[in-house]
Design a binder for this molecule. Sequence first.
Ligand code: ASP
Length: 449
Amino acid sequence: MKVIKFGGSSLASSGQVRKVVDIVKTDDARRFVVVSAPGKRDSADIKVTDLLIQLYERKLAHKSLTPLIEEIFSRFREIGEAFGIGEEHLATIHLDLEAVNQLPIENNPHLYDHILSRGEDNNAKLVAGILQAEGVNARYINPKDLGILVTDEPGNARVLYKAYRKIKKWADSEAVLVIPGFFGYTEEGNICTFSRGGSDISGSIVAAGVKADLYENFTDVDGIYAAHPGYIHHPEIIKELTYREMRELAYAGFSVFHDEALMPSFRAKIPVVIKNTNNPNCQGTKIIPNRDQHEKPVIGIASDEGFSMIYISKYLMNREVGFTRKVLTILEEFGIGYEHMPSGIDDISIVIRSNQLDDELQEQLMRKIAYEIDPDELRITHDLSMIMVVGEGMRQRVGVTAESTAALARKRINLEMINQGSSEVSIMFGIHKEQEKLAIRTLYYTFFD
Ligand code: ASP
């Protein structure tokens, strides 16, 4: 039994939905269909979720919602009519969108989430109607009825553990269930969405709940690339990777799968496959718990820019009990999270996302560290990119770091920092952002043909 999720670009037009219908029909094991809201039909188009954000803004400004509601409705109508679905399906969607007029603005912390969720909710009703018209025994199910219970954190909900037990009850459903992605319900019955792109998370939760054999995530690329296709011409598609490798590749800079979506499937040990709606016969990328075959030491190279590094050096740091705790407490006081923290005997570097700082905050932070830690040396470097060279095969092969640094040195790429992750499945290089592209190309051609 499989859970299958389609992203917005797979559901943007009737032509795309036709492919989705065919994919659902070709495999009886596809019992749970999770959908995003309709995405962009072309690069100039606007995603339905973004139109709904505009709708929310208009509502707050007490402006008329009718033209925008009609525009959003037309997206659903166009697709529905192409399949000749019953009028009643479209009427239900229209009514639901019109009901946004009645939602209270005051004392309603869930208003934004409620409006945004209309994209997925109505799309699930639409897709269920289309599948029925195409002869599939399918039906829409609301996340509340399904049991997707979440924390009361608008825009950033997390699944509650008890949700899985509730979802499990649906595992033997006769009908193919069409489920809106992106949101769940709090215990008080309010709608809370996951973070943007969160339909991937819904699919993973459902897969874990019904104990699926596979979670198929359909998107618009053939799989996960071994490096960013903007940097490498036709990079290899990774056929199989472990959850850990996937996590380390999170800095891919091109997102095909939501960061938070891995956890539910990972805990339930359900393999995930990323596939292309436009090329469903391509085997895609499979994410699995373990991988024994390590033909190559490196499976992928990821990078991201926008990092800053705080460097602190203090003689005999190693003897000063609680040194790191003090530094981290300061960061915590300023509400700053860190990404990496390589250290030496007398020094420590803390890599953070630069967007957490502005000039004033940086000034205060550095002052506080200087005052409380009394370091011999303290500085902050900006405009860094992090490059991750990832692969489980690295543990068994000596010299991956040496090969990488030698290749980078040949291209005169200056390394601000190297960190061999404690998981031993990655090596991280901190470099100046101007050299990111060159570094990725250099490393890619060192480890791939
Ligand atoms: N429609 C939502 C978004 O655009 C969620 C999703 O597509 O996964 O963020």
